[in-house]
Design a protein around this ligand. Structure first.
Ligand code: NDP
Length: 244
């Protein structure tokens, strides 16, 4: 399945649930071809029932798997847009009792996963002439919160990486966009963060009656990546109205 030159084409990491799945669906509804990347094959297969979505099972922290994904995408016609969305939080612990393994996982997926996938797809995006990279960081990458240290450290890191990347890639005409959501009610995210404790998950959203939903973020992402290529919505912060 090879696209004609006018078809926009994206690879979305972390597309098996939450913001990534909503973004894949939204972009295909707009006529894009979307390569949907995640580790859970069955979730991707379900998503790929939507025409225009091509599933790729891949762990973004594994350089060999990412290289295989580049090969597959190249053979299928390439992409002009990379959306680094895979990531997440694990645990809500103060620094005093934070778990090193949790911190390592968060750094690996949010920072090194973004690095891996970006490095692997940069040659393709540069060669395209009007490439776009969009990184999902977080308001947790701008402002710390109690119990958030491990996630804050990872998202501050990913935020820093994204700023440098924007400056470096300007000369290659690769546009780099950063989307920084506040509280988004994605079941997967809260369950993982709280290790399946649903009542603790509810507390994360306490005081915010109406958190954002994945489709809100997908809408903003779609807007940003479909603007004319010389326009860069550089950093987009989106909070629910009630979030401090
Ligand atoms: P989800 O947990 O629903 O989605 C995370 C996605 O990342 C899943 O599809 C998961 O798929 C994928 N993923 C995790 N690890 C890997 C890996 N090693 N390789 C490939 N894919 C991986 O959460 P959200 O949709 O909420 O989160 C999406 C992004 O948005 C994350 O970067 C998160 O930090 C960020 N964010 C979320 C906010 C929120 O409040 N929900 C707020 C601000 C930012 P699989 O397990 O199948 O691999």
């Amino acid at each position: 399945q090879v696209s004609d030159a006018s078809t926009r084409s994206a690879l979305v990491t972390g597309a098996s649930s939450g913001i990534g799945a909503a973004t894949a669906l939204r972009l295909t509804a707009e006529g894009w071809r979307v390569f949907a990347v995640a580790r859970r094959a069955e979730k991707l297969e379900h998503l790929a029932e939507q025409e225009g979505i091509i599933p790729i099972v891949c762990d973004v922290t594994d350089a060999d798997q990412v290289a295989a994904a580049v090969q597959e995408v190249t053979e299928a016609g390439g992409i002009d847009t990379l959306i680094n969305n895979a990531g997440g939080a694990l645990g809500v612990d103060p620094v005093a009792s934070g778990k090193v393994d949790d911190w390592r996982w968060m750094y690996e997926v949010n920072v090194l996963g973004t690095l891996n996938v970006t490095q692997a797809f940069l040659p393709m995006l540069r060669a395209h002439g009007e490439g776009t990279i969009l990184n999902l960081t977080s308001t947790a990458g701008l402002v710390s919160y109690e119990g958030g240290a491990g996630y804050n450290a990872a998202k501050f890191g990913q935020h820093g990486l994204t700023g440098a990347l924007r400056l470096e890639e300007a000369e290659h005409n690769v546009r780099v966009i950063e989307v920084l959501p506040g509280m988004v009610k994605t079941e997967e995210f809260s369950a993982k963060r709280l290790r399946g404790d649903a009542s603790a998950a509810e507390k994360v959203y306490a005081g915010v009656d109406k958190p954002l939903v994945a489709e809100d973020i997908a809408e903003v992402i779609t807007h940003a990546v479909t603007l004319p290529h010389h326009v860069n919505l550089d950093q987009i912060v989106i909070r629910p109205v009630a979030q401090a």
